[in-house]
Design a protein around this ligand. Structure first.
Ligand code: HEM
Ligand SMILES: *[C@@H]1O[C@H](CO)[C@@H](O)[C@H](O)[C@H]1NC(C)=O
Ligand SMILES: *[C@@H]1O[C@H](CO)[C@@H](O)[C@H](O)[C@H]1NC(C)=O
Ligand SMILES: *[C@@H]1O[C@H](CO)[C@@H](O)[C@H](O)[C@H]1NC(C)=O
Ligand SMILES: *[C@@H]1O[C@H](CO)[C@@H](O)[C@H](O)[C@H]1NC(C)=O
Ligand SMILES: *[C@@H]1O[C@H](CO)[C@@H](O)[C@H](O)[C@H]1NC(C)=O
Ligand SMILES: *[C@@H]1O[C@H](CO)[C@@H](O)[C@H](O)[C@H]1NC(C)=O
Length: 331
């Protein structure tokens, strides 16, 4: 058996080494500078559109980072989150974790349009999401890093998948961790990537169960300091029909990508239950929160590693995939 495979194995190793010279490859088959010859300005174009969008709306950066996360968790980073309802798919946009809260679709479409003008049928929507997330982190003061590319776009969306795999803000450390393990990420990745909540906003609907006595639960959540509770309650009425009011996730530096999120958690100023629980539950999660709260470079280094790992979840590279012309529908 071993002999039958050895020739193939040697060839594989050799071709990987060859590729390594041109690009740096990963397990998932993604490479750095994938568009270097097919669309040399691709990354510049993405950056330009993201910079403009963030200038117009500082929150756009946060929305684009979240969009990438919600794409990658559902059947891998394949642009499936961008698809509208069609005869072949029910859109993920209507799934519980996404409906009324996921944003940034227009910016992705603007980027796609600019890229189609520059080099048509070349850059996937899935790669646009990965690049736009990186650029958003950079625009808000976070670490810069090289994005591995070469993803292709799905030809279907997975509505039930989106309902099933994305974590809820009501989860505790073990259920949060399980959702990450389910897609091949670790508990450490979970604590690190939650640090993205250093930017952006939440709707009151994700927080009000912490603020008011509802259906017999003992609330307000005693973990919330009085001044923060007053502030949150003033913003968020006890009104489940309010689908529009929002709160910043980091009330100290809401538009800066820094390690303030972790400092907030140690001060019990996490906004989502799933944030605060990372510091309120003993274990490696608390040690990690403490490290990141005191050492921003440690957070940044870990964040780049975990974003790259998340970006490697199930990329489509073969058949049953395409390079979409418009990100919201299949070709
Ligand atoms: C650990 C489990 C996670 C849970 C339970 C969670 C939950 C949430 C919730 C409930 C919101 C507010 C949505 C709304 O009401 O508008 C939110 C926002 C956000 N999430 Fe997460 N999230 C998690 C992990 C992540 C990860 C891994 C990332 C990215 C790496 C991320 C990035 C963001 C960003 C940037 C926002 C703000 C979006 C905006 O302002 O448009 N989250 N998250
Ligand atoms: C997609 O269609 C379904 C009905 O098939 C509907 O319930 C859902 O709201 C639609 N989603 C979006 C995002 O329009
Ligand atoms: C949709 O997502 C669910 C949950 O991850 C998965 O079990 C299922 O195979 C996915 N369906 C498709 C068609 O990819
Ligand atoms: C976490 O939540 C799950 C599901 O609600 C529950 O079964 C489990 O006991 C909780 N774990 C802890 C440590 O609270
Ligand atoms: C909510 O419940 C707690 C504990 O049962 C109680 O102390 C508090 O007064 C209640 N608050 C309101 C506004 O009803
Ligand atoms: C902070 O973390 C970085 C990166 O892991 C490390 O090189 C550095 O020594 C740490 N600084 C301190 C003061 O511990
Ligand atoms: C992909 O499609 C091509 C053309 O239809 C076919 O020749 C090839 O065998 C397919 N590859 C896989 C892995 O299915």
């Amino acid at each position: 058996m071993g002999h039958r495979y050895s020739a193939k194995a040697v060839l594989l190793v050799l071709s990987c080494m060859l590729l390594q010279v041109v690009h740096s490859t990963t397990d998932a088959g993604l490479v750095k500078a994938y568009y270097a010859s097919s669309c040399p300005n691709a990354e510049k174009i993405v950056r330009k559109v993201v910079t403009k969008a963030v200038k117009e709306d500082p929150r756009a950066a946060a929305s684009l980072v979240r969009l990438f996360f919600h794409d990658c968790f559902v059947t891998g980073c394949d642009g499936s989150v961008l698809l509208d309802n069609s005869t072949t798919s029910v859109s993920e946009k209507g799934a519980r974790p996404n409906v009324n809260t996921l944003r940034g679709f227009g910016i992705i479409e603007d980027i796609k349009e600019a890229l189609e003008k520059e080099c048509s049928n070349t850059v996937s929507c899935a790669d646009i999401l990965a690049l736009a997330a990186r650029d958003s982190v950079v625009e808000t003061g976070g670490p810069d890093y090289e994005v591995l590319l070469g993803r292709r776009d799905s030809i279907i969306a997975n509505y039930s998948g989106a309902n099933a795999v994305l974590p809820s803000p009501k989860f505790n450390v073990s259920t949060l961790t399980q959702k990450f393990l389910d897609v091949g990420l670790s508990k450490e990745d979970m604590v690190t990537l939650s640090g993205a909540h250093t930017i952006g906003k939440s709707h009151c609907t994700s927080v009000t169960t912490r603020l008011y006595n509802q259906s017999g639960t003992v609330k307000p959540d005693p973990a919330i300091p009085t001044d923060l509770l007053t502030k949150l309650q003033r913003k968020c009425r006890n009104d489940p029909s309010d689908l529009t009011t929002t709160l910043v996730l980091d009330d100290v530096t809401p538009y800066i990508f820094d390690n303030q999120y972790y400092k907030n958690l140690l001060d019990k100023r996490g906004v989502l239950y799933s944030d605060q629980v990372l510091a309120d539950t003993e274990g490696s999660n608390l040690e990690q929160v403490t490290l990141f709260a005191t050492n921003q470079s440690a957070f940044f280094q870990a964040f780049v590693k975990s974003m790259t790992k998340m970006g490697n979840i199930g990329p489509l590279t073969g058949n049953n995939s395409e390079i979409r012309k418009k990100c919201h529908r299949v070709n």
